[in-house]
Design a protein around this ligand. Sequence first.
Ligand code: HEM
Length: 332
Amino acid sequence: MMTPIQTGVGNVISHLVFGGHFNHNDPRFKIMMDAFESFLHHASTGSLVSFMPLLRFVPGDFFGIKNITKKIQLVKDFVNELIEEHVQKFDEGNIEDFIDAFISEMNKQNNGENTIFTKEYLTAIIMDLFIAGTETTSTTVTWASFYLATRPDIQSRIFQEIKENVGSERLPSMQDKQSLVYTEAFIMEVLRMSNIVIFSVPHAPVTDVWIRGFHIPKGMQIFPDISSVLSDPAVWGDPENFRPERFVSEEGTLLKPDEFIPFFTGRRNCLGESLARMELFLFISALVQRFELMPPEGETLDIKDVDGIFGGTHAPKPFYIRAISRHANEMI
Ligand code: HEM
């Protein structure tokens, strides 16, 4: 089932890529999100097949790979339709989205050799942006909802900070980020604790390399273990505790330790980090401004109940929470 969080996050990428957005119930959007979710949870980094690619040749479809390939093909067909629509309507004087900008470059390089500005590349890039940019961010917002609902002390501190610095008349904007230090620290702690891309993205060296005495042959697939850094007791002291304060200095400013690497590090780190951090700030601050989150009536919610589905992303198991409108509360 698709959640409003997935629709919201998916629509940010949709706007950037093709300048439109989907309604929550649009069947094409459901097909896309379902395909990406299946891909991330069963076929990408972290899945058994990813570690042992030969498994995909096991007769039948035990690992669901054929099914996922079919789903991904449906999405590719849909993306190709979108590209064709853009090609038909293309107007060099009116570049409205990523597809338009790419077509413009494609036209300029039309006769060039070895260009990456082809329709095949465009389809692949769009698939990458959707796959890397939707499930990751929506899973992080889902983890944030879990921590808000289970930690009323933290939630009320965030709410107070938003009330004092933004009020309730308008939604928080990026200009408020400087003043919402605790809110931002909370988001960083969610990213650290939920550690959603546990094994990052596989990389391979282009030549033989030696690191601290270990030989890594050319072409060897490497899965960086981000958890070993995000939960290293030598760095965090008490990595098992959910404590946003660890990112706030005594002077009340935001701390950014080098070991905070949920988007990994180096030249090929996450392309979408700044977009993701904007989305997380805007979604989560607006959520707390408008709603109080809590476990279902008469129930408790614990990390043991939800942790965790491990695939391309480390997602919580499905859980229920209540979202009580703060506005309605004020009216009572
Ligand atoms: C909370 C949200 C996100 C997290 C935690 C996250 C995390 C990561 C990580 C760990 C990597 C691997 C980096 C590496 O191997 O060095 C990665 C790669 C990537 N991410 Fe993200 N990501 C998030 C959101 C996004 C968004 C919103 C986009 C797109 C707009 C995006 C696009 C990409 C792309 C294209 C790559 C591959 C980069 C490359 O290989 O050069 N990510 N991400």
